[in-house]
Design a protein around this ligand. Structure first.
Ligand code: PLP
Length: 405
């Protein structure tokens, strides 16, 4: 019997301690992602309260979090799922079957569209051209049809890669494109408008965006059944202004007589996961002591390099804040496979476990096996139990690279 089969369920000891400590002290093998069901529920309750207070509907953006074993939990709080294409739409339909399934893609693939119609209830198009190509078939199949608009209202600073409103962007129909390309027949296909312009932002940024959207698209919003305000709302973050969000939702609902949708990804699973790793060795180079971990930023937390982003580390501090500072990096060949410089009260030791926090989002759905790095298993913790959801092996690495079996 393989080790993993023996370890499918573990009891978490150290009752009374906080969850990170209990995971750190457990026998869950490293590296692994650990999803915290209790924290997902806390986020879910916040999102449900907003829906109850405003009548809006909140969807899970699966691009951020698609660990479907937890969909029954999220389904208790959310109205459904949002997908970026065929596979996510199918996943949403299969794993949250009684809820709404929405899809937006910058362009749909002709051979996939009929199958997509089997899964999605709402299909959002990126351009008048896509609407013309696929809108009539979607309507005929009884689907709700939407168009993504782009208000060209930049509220983010510093990362154009995440800003659909950056000049020349390809996501969404600008007012100019609307005026040039939309006609009565196309407008007649629409049930709703969609905009997504934010990234990890507070409701003040939504307020600014809404002003721009209303200025440009106000008259047509009155003809719609729903307005989808996308994701990027960091609703479950401690300093998020939820009262303002509610005010804005009610304003849109009442002014235009529409159902308001939100489709956050991050906010659903914010702070609801960990990546548990282990120190393998140390490499000193000048003043820097590198600690080599059994996880990789490039493979297991690609956003750390792409955003870039510094994940919180349990009992880890800013470099220099405590006596022992290390540069934490992965075992791959990529020189820049570095998570960051972190300081500790005591020297690290080979074999010591470390726990990165806020690791449920944009991790398991974005990882890869570069350098032949194994996929970390995915665990879930609830109350005093840890359960392993996966059993990744060499075959999962090999199976993506060529002939199967
Ligand atoms: C169309 C759309 N909806 C929702 C989201 C989810 O955003 P977030 O995870 O930042 O809330 C994204 C993220 O890129 C998106 O592109």
């Amino acid at each position: 019997m393989r080790m993993k089969e023996k370890l499918q369920h573990l009891k978490l000891s150290d009752a009374g301690a906080d969850m990170p400590r209990r995971i750190l002290c457990s026998d869950i093998p490293t590296p692994c992602y650990v999803i915290d069901e209790g924290k997902l529920r806390e986020n879910g309750k916040i999102l449900k309260e907003i829906q109850d207070a405003t009548g809006c509907r909140i969807l899970l953006a699966q691009k951020a979090f698609s660990n479907y074993d937890l969909y029954p939990v999220l389904g208790e709080y959310l109205a459904g799922t949002e997908a970026s294409g065929l596979f996510e739409a199918r996943l949403g339909r299969e794993e949250m079957p009684d809820k709404e399934c929405h899809v937006f893609s910058a362009a749909y693939v002709p051979e996939q569209f009929d199958e997509l119609l089997q899964y999605a209830d709402h299909i959002v198009f990126n351009s008048p051209n896509q609407l013309r190509m696929y809108g009539p078939a979607a309507k005929k199949a009884g689907k709700q049809v939407g168009l993504r608009i782009n208000p060209l209202c930049q509220t983010q600073e510093g990362h154009e890669i995440y800003d659909p409103c950056a000049p020349g962007g390809r996501l969404g129909t600008t007012k100019q494109a609307w005026d040039e390309q939309m006609d009565e027949e196309l407008i007649g296909l629409l049930d709703g408008l969609h905009f997504h312009t934010l990234c990890e932002q507070n409701s003040d940024a939504l307020e600014i965006t809404l002003r721009a959207v209303e200025e440009q698209f106000g008259p047509v919003m009155k003809q719609m059944r729903w307005i989808n305000m996308g994701g990027g709302h960091h609703i479950t973050r401690a300093d998020y202004d939820r009262d303002l969000l509610k005010k804005l939702i009610c304003h849109v609902r009442d002014t235009y007589d529409v159902i308001v949708y939100l489709e956050p990804g991050e906010a659903v699973a914010l702070n609801a996961g960990y990546l548990c790793t282990r120190v393998l060795d140390f490499v000193k180079n000048g003043d820097v002591v590198n600690a080599i971990l059994d996880m990789s930023a490039a493979c297991h937390t690609p956003d750390v390099l792409e955003m870039p982003y510094r994940p919180p580390l349990y009992e880890g501090f800013e470099a220099g804040e405590k006596p022992y500072t290390y540069r934490l990096g992965g075992p791959t060949c990529l020189s820049g496979d570095i998570i960051g410089d972190y300081a500790f009260e005591r020297p690290l030791e080979a074999g010591q476990r470390l726990l990165f926090e806020d690791m449920a989002i944009y991790t398991t759905c974005k990882n890869n096996t570069f350098n032949g790095m194994p996929l970390p298993d995915i665990w879930v913790v609830k109350e005093d139990e840890a359960i392993c959801l996966t059993d990744f092996t060499y075959e999962d690495f090999k199976g993506r690279l060529g002939t199967k079996n």
